[in-house]
Design a protein around this ligand. Sequence first.
Ligand SMILES: Cc1cc2nc3c(=O)[nH]c(=O)nc-3n(C[C@H](O)[C@H](O)[C@H](O)COP(=O)(O)OP(=O)(O)OC[C@H]3O[C@@H](n4cnc5c(N)ncnc54)[C@H](O)[C@@H]3O)c2cc1C
Ligand code: SF4
Ligand code: SF4
Ligand code: SF4
Length: 784
Amino acid sequence: MKKIGLITFWKDNYGSALQCYATKSIIQKMEYNCEVLVYEPHGKEKYISFMKRAFDRLWQSITAPGFYKHYSELRRNSQNTFRDMPDSVKFSLELFCQSVLQPRGYGRAMLKKIGNSQEYTAFIAGSDQIWNGAAPVDSFYFLAFAPDNKKIAFAPSFGTSKVMNYNRKRFENLIKKFRYLSVREEDGIKNVHSLTGRYAQRISDPVVMIDKKGWTDFSEGGIVHVRPYILLFFLNKPDNKVVETIQNIANYEKKKYDTLCFVYKYDNFFQIEGYRTVEGGPKDYLSLISHAEFIFTDSFHTALFSIIFNRSFYVFPRNYGHSCEQTSRLRTLLRIYKCENRMIWNENAAKNIEITPLHDCSQILEKERNRAIKFLEASIASCNNNRGKIGKKGIPELRELCTGCCVCETVCPTGAIKMKEHPKGYMIPEIDVKRCISCGKCERYCNTVLNFKKIKKTAYVAYAKDKMIRDSSASGGMFQILARYTILKGGIVFGAGILYENNHIEIRHLSAETEEELYPLLNSKYVESNCSGIYTKVLKELKKGRMVLYSGTSCQIEGLKRYLQGKEYSNLYTIDLICHGVPGRYLYHNYISYLEEKYKSKITGFSFRNKKLDDLFTERIQFIDGEKAVQWKKSPYYRMFFEEQSYRDCCYQCQYSSVHKPSDITLGDYFEVNQDYPELFKQGEILEKVGNPSSVIIHTAQGVKLIDECREHIRVHEVDVDRVQLSHRQLCIPSVYTHQRERLFKLYKEGGFKAIQQYYWWKDFVEFLPKTFVLMMKKTEEGE
Ligand SMILES: Cc1cc2nc3c(=O)[nH]c(=O)nc-3n(C[C@H](O)[C@H](O)[C@H](O)COP(=O)(O)OP(=O)(O)OC[C@H]3O[C@@H](n4cnc5c(N)ncnc54)[C@H](O)[C@@H]3O)c2cc1C
Ligand code: SF4
Ligand code: SF4
Ligand code: SF4
């Protein structure tokens, strides 16, 4: 069984232990062996590690304003919570942790070994405040020992609403390496974004992954108090006004209810008449919550368990006794479950609280549960399937995630990697195992996790003022405008071009330094473009300091950035396209051969979009002895493309089917602009004759700069990003994989495009017959 390493807080309090238990047991249900890992240095390493930490704390206390104060307060508080537990409770908690969670302690060298071992699929930085923004940074909780492509952040909490200045740089460097990022609170999303420019998902605390029944089963055998009772569970001593409130309610309700205080008792509790202390382990803790009439607490997990068990609860801000604001996680929790009125901020208001039953949160709980489990499943599955993992046969495993970017081929120092034909007609790297020296460079470059610093996105509907430019482009000619500007500035443009070479047509990434050279790059080619050999050329130009405009599909832009290892260049501008997928280049080559054979002539030119023809989506095929136009429905290649059957495997799981792109600017069509913005037409703002203007989404300051510099040649109208997204399905979900695809590829394998053409012919015929029959019946009826 493959393993998953879980790194989280797992001892010293019920919440930590139970959230760790929840993650561990859900992962085990996914048929992985989940190990709770602990950093446990021995011998010399123990001494060195202690000294390093002590020196680090000392250095930060001297150099970082505020560090010492926060550090000592947090330390005191966490120690107190455990220290204040009675010994019997410490024992039962310890017993649960050791026997159920079974933590495993390793030193640095062993952790590194585990990190790289094939046995471990992924490592999870689990929930709880492991990323506390005020506490000293411990890189273990950021999985520093594991390779980036195995790192998953599963709902870690920052505790504080902001990461303290003295921690920001370290947090940034550590968090940006995560392949999958989720956090527990809304403030956490903001923190991650402000530190890395990335978006993290919000996931509830792992305890929600187990439902009410699951936790009830777990707590079976725990303490049961027969009379109705109010439960008090305060991790820190509440102030007197809080106790007064509880006392009022307890006295008022005392005829009906006992008052039980679980584990932590404080001297000011003596004001509460007739209260009793109860002690126990995690099972008792849950059992008491699940049967209580009312619960008063300052604990996040107690509030959440009250929601899970549907018990009426009131939560007071925790009296940490330190200066860091730590209510962010509680605020998020109460907002999600629509329980804001359960938080008592002001003790005077608290005196008047009316005890009411808790509303039904089961639907929200289920949604949150599914969300957390889905995130866990998807991120683990993806780590299991690292794109560029070298398989035993010398072929990257999980070929369906490979985008064919050719980066591995470019970086291999021995030339062991060559791009070969996949059975579905696209490029896939193959490794000559005899030449491979196992340096791991291909895998490292393939799986590099990138961070994209973004600004608030802006969207435009835009087009070139010059009609000639529009006519030679797929949509509004925006690419051409930006490319021409680059050339004018002495720069160089890279993009997917069409090339007639060695007697056949080829789509590959080309460079252009003049307007003539730019021509082959214009317009859409519905074929994967071969990027082999392009990256070294780009880097050379970048290093010269020349302005570089690089365009391609989103995964190709990502490829370039992985090749540059995330290094930013101020002279690099990138453009990607709204894209639903590309068919393979070998598929296209075979289609060209099929056409040449069919028409008994050699093809010298080909275009997919023709604005001068009635149907924009018509192939214009140039033969040495003439020209032919084939409408998309009549072309087996074009039809497979349009009906989403012929793309690379990766396109059906495209990670860029959203508005979050790796480029500076995204360009696309905007056929729906008339419906989305009719007012622009009424005011004569947009020329009706433009037909299909471009949609433009700007992601970075670099993108803003480029568009601003070209404004005199274009017309732009700012539009709503969300509306643009909604009008482009490709910005919402990847293309849909169907069984028909497999069927078509089977036919293709057996009989090439001739078989596909026949298939479509029969399909149309079969669909046509009933339609004609219905039409005839209607006519007959009308005649009668
Ligand atoms: C395969 C593919 C699918 C597309 N799907 C959609 C879609 O579903 N919805 C939508 O709104 N827009 C889509 N587009 C984008 C749209 O067709 C236009 O490319 C875009 O609007 C830019 O048009 P333009 O007039 O500014 O420039 P144009 O001159 O038309 O664009 C040329 C640019 O496109 C690049 N390009 C062309 N073909 C390829 C290719 N095969 N691989 C990589 N880069 C290429 C060139 O490098 C060049 O930079 C797709 C484009 C392609 C290539
Ligand atoms: S580097 Fe690119 S081509 Fe190579 S395996 Fe990864 S995605 Fe595929
Ligand atoms: S491990 Fe190194 S030598 Fe082997 S294929 Fe990858 S990059 Fe080339
Ligand atoms: S759909 Fe996604 S994976 Fe496929 S070519 Fe486009 S950007 Fe790349």
